[in-house]
Design a protein around this ligand. Structure first.
Ligand code: DGL
Length: 257
């Protein structure tokens, strides 16, 4: 039994969509969330810079005593996961998988759309996954331009959000995509708008966060790290921005339940 917290890290608020799945699946676990906030968005920064930011964040969570760290950011995973696993070898680190595999297995139209940040889409992780599972399937990639800013600005239910989502998704629909993969952890906050845009078209939106939460559970079992079922969990929030942002993280986390 190990009652230390699980660390969850993202560039900002987006990783809370993974945080809530972990909390749902593993209710006895304490969670310590770090939303950078100061350097968000990461999406079009150079890879080296993202690696440095991810190192600082994961280093902080390890220093705080986390027993496992989830990099709940596709962009940081794409830029830094191997580096982080090597540097913090004593702590299991779970990254985000672009959910291209389940989408390619489920598609009937043989056209799959992927929404993610620029830096995730041009990374090796995405390229390898798409090449491995996308044989004979058209995998359309579109950067979710402005999506992260909408979520960070609490504007995800505005007409501006709907226009932004339509601009990214309609070309995929026009090509016949019947699966749309959310390749950035901020994007599930736009789900109500996304669902409106694809309503009645038989399109499935694929969010990898429940699978990431299951992976966390498997690693806790593998390494005998689970908290006892009777453990009363605590939920902490950290940021590299200011106290107002830290409070926003806390509020958004509780609202997302
Ligand atoms: N949530 C991050 C991701 O999953 C957002 C990246 C950003 O800050 O642009 O990629």
């Amino acid at each position: 039994m190990n009652e230390a917290p699980i660390g969850v890290y993202d560039s900002g608020l987006g990783g809370l969509t993974v945080w809530r799945e972990i909390r749902r699946l593993l209710p006895a676990e304490s969670l310590l969330y770090l939303g950078d906030g100061k350097n968000c968005p990461y999406g079009s920064r150079p890879r080296e810079e993202i690696r440095r930011l991810a190192d600082e964040a994961v280093g902080r969570l390890v220093q705080e005593g986390c027993k496992l760290v989830v990099v709940a950011c596709n962009t940081a995973t794409a830029a830094a996961i191997d580096f982080l696993r090597e540097k913090y070898a004593g702590v299991p680190i779970v990254g985000m998988e672009p959910a291209v595999k389940p989408a390619c297995l489920a598609t009937r139209s043989r056209v799959v759309g992927v929404l993610a940040t620029e830096r995730s889409l041009d990374g090796d992780l995405f390229r390898h996954t798409a090449a491995k599972y996308g044989e004979g399937i058209e995998v359309l990639t579109v950067p979710g331009r402005g999506f992260v800013e909408l979520v960070e600005g609490d504007r995800e239910s505005t007409p501006e959000a709907e226009a932004c989502v339509r601009a990214a998704v309609e070309p995929m629909l026009a090509r016949g995509a019947d699966q749309i993969v959310l390749g950035c952890t901020h994007y599930p906050f736009l789900l109500p708008v996304l669902q409106r845009v694809v309503a009645g078209l038989g399109v499935t939106i694929v969010d990898p966060s429940p699978a990431v939460a299951r992976r966390v559970g498997q690693l806790l079992d593998r390494d005998a790290l689970r908290a006892s079922p009777a453990h009363c969990p605590s939920y902490g929030f950290l940021t590299f921005a200011d106290e107002a942002y830290r409070r926003r993280l806390e509020k958004k986390a509780l609202e997302s339940l």
